[in-house]
Design a protein around this ligand. Sequence first.
Ligand code: ATP
Ligand code: MG
Length: 201
Amino acid sequence: MTQDDRDQRHRQRMERKKTVIDEQISKATDERGLLLVLTGNGKGKSSSAFGMVARALGHGLKVGVCQFLKSRRDTGEEAYFNRDPGVAWHVLGDGFTWDTQDRSQDIATAERGWAVAEAMLSDSGCQLVVLDELTYLLSYRYLDSDKVLEAIRRRPPMQHVVVTGRGASDALIELADTVTEMRDVKHAFRAGVKAQPGVDL
Ligand code: ATP
Ligand code: MG
């Protein structure tokens, strides 16, 4: 086969592919607020959510972020995004479970944090809400799952919500529009590398 033949075959294949993709794109006409769930044991859940924060801000949208598990205030994402007046950033954990070892204190912290999230979920001026590490509060039953899912379901119709954390429940996955499971293939931590600024925090 000559180079010309190969070029022509490639062109034909790409034309067919373009027809199929264009047809799929023309069928997707809905516009509405989406619920995304980023779960699984692999790295990339929160950092993907913060990637969407950057995208949303680039489009001039208002963003709310609730970080439920973290007590640390030294993350690069918080330092960076807090400079943007379009973001309301809330660190709502005070170190759960293995730090506090106090279930009733954890529940009180979770409830206080959830009140902040609920306010965002009823504010149509907030176009993207990130509920980072929310899944743990559901799996430890610190928050009532039905109550949480109902608040997400009743949010303003154009508001996007991103939930991150391992072990997303079937009910949360069922409610979501887009679900991604990060698979842990390899992580530097297991080779003895400590969390690196810019990559892990
Ligand atoms: P990231 O914030 O980097 O996107 P994540 O949100 O998917 O990670 P978390 O379970 O929230 O994962 O963990 C946050 C921290 O733990 C990050 O520093 C991350 O690099 C690290 N981490 C994530 N997955 C793993 C893993 N499988 N093994 C060890 N450390 C991990
Ligand atoms: Mg995370």
